[in-house]
Ligand binder design. Sequence first.
Ligand code: UTP
Length: 467
Amino acid sequence: MKARERMLAKLEPIGQQHLLQFWDELDGSQRTRLCDDIAAVDFDLIARLAGGQSHGEDWAELAARATPPRALRLADVNPVIDRVEARKRGAAALAAGQVGVILVAGGQGTRLGFPHPKGMFPVGPVSSATLFQILIESIVATRRKYGAAVPLYLMTSPATDAETREYLAAVDRFGLTESELHVFCQGTMPAVDAATGRVLLSDRDQLFRAPDGHGGLIEALERARLIDDMHARGLKHIYYMQVDNPLVRVCDPTFIGSHLLAESELSTQVLAKQSPLDRVGNVVTVDGHMRIIEYSDLPDEAAERRTADGSLELWAGNCAVHVLEVAFLDRVVTKRDAVLPYHVAHKRVPYIDESGELVEPAEPNAYKFERFVFDLLPEAERPLAVEIDVAEEFAPVKNPPGSDMYTPEASQQQMIALHRDWLRSVGVDVPDHLPVEISPLAALEALDLAGRDFSGLDLSGPVYVKK
Ligand code: UTP
């Protein structure tokens, strides 16, 4: 049987034969490419997902039973974990070389609209350092501070892989050695037309494919044999972060140590919501399991619930920063299909129509499918939520300049304010209006500035404390 007939026999019974409609115009290599693309798709799964059999969660019922998570809160008088002890435990794990980092950077960053991988976005308010620079220099500084390697596992996607690799090679990985950095690529999922269920083409010889969500991490780690690599290096704990928050306190010893003292398999940073309908995922406990209910799924009446003292009952917002055990990865990797469902999102997806024209829809036209890493939470034993101070640790870049929240300018203002406080804490009289920025190579936290001599610091213009 010729390739076309073989493909047709597969596609016709499932109503996807339109994928071959430009076959006669394609040359040999284009046909091979199209066949490879089609062979990689699990059409049964796509049909099930698009058919709606898998989005059956009853959020109202779930939210009615939700309670706040077990948490270490900033204002706790009798905290569940002793912070001083936690810091010591975290520092010891770092010094013993037991901690690695996962950075997920495979997203397309569609909201920001930056024409490169988001990690290359210049966010430093004075230095224009990129997100990658700030995050990776934080790892280099952590290695130096604790005297042990902190390997970085950096996840890309086909949308970001080549450019990320080229960029990191050109900047000598910001000081990480070759063996301390593993770049690995996540998988993709096709998208289907919401009205017809047809898989969309992005070109005449190519299916539209988008990264399969940060939850694609587990499969991608397994494919690249990186959990084995973690074991081979003696890593026990993994600090997980996203690429968009330049204030994230990479490998914060108190967070790592709190996780260890709680004997948690997976811990997560949370922020106190300011108002019930804040657009963050809600970290809650249901039936003894920690989980996240997305803000769009949480009914208003559950979001508005108050405790006796008038504060929000479901107060904890997800910061997407975790610490997890390598042993937990071992446990979940084999059952990832059961614990990481695909979420269906109604999105705008450009596609090639029947006449071969590129269509850029103005409204959502397609279903995309993504896995979310936080779906691992209910699997974890003894999970712990650790509250952070938003002003000090959370300023993600999500939206383009001028948007209402999570913009580059808001992130930069927050960095300046924080670093100004750090300098003032060691006696530098920084004027209010002066932009200041401190490189992670100079300090990972205010304490690292103690004892340094800043008497010669030039405050006549923007200040960048570089090392
Ligand atoms: P977001 O959910 O903010 O998505 O990702 P995004 O792709 O960066 O931006 P939008 O929604 O298109 O505007 C949160 C983190 O998860 C990573 C992103 O790179 C970011 O660090 N991510 C997201 C992946 O690694 N893979 C994915 O498939 C999706």
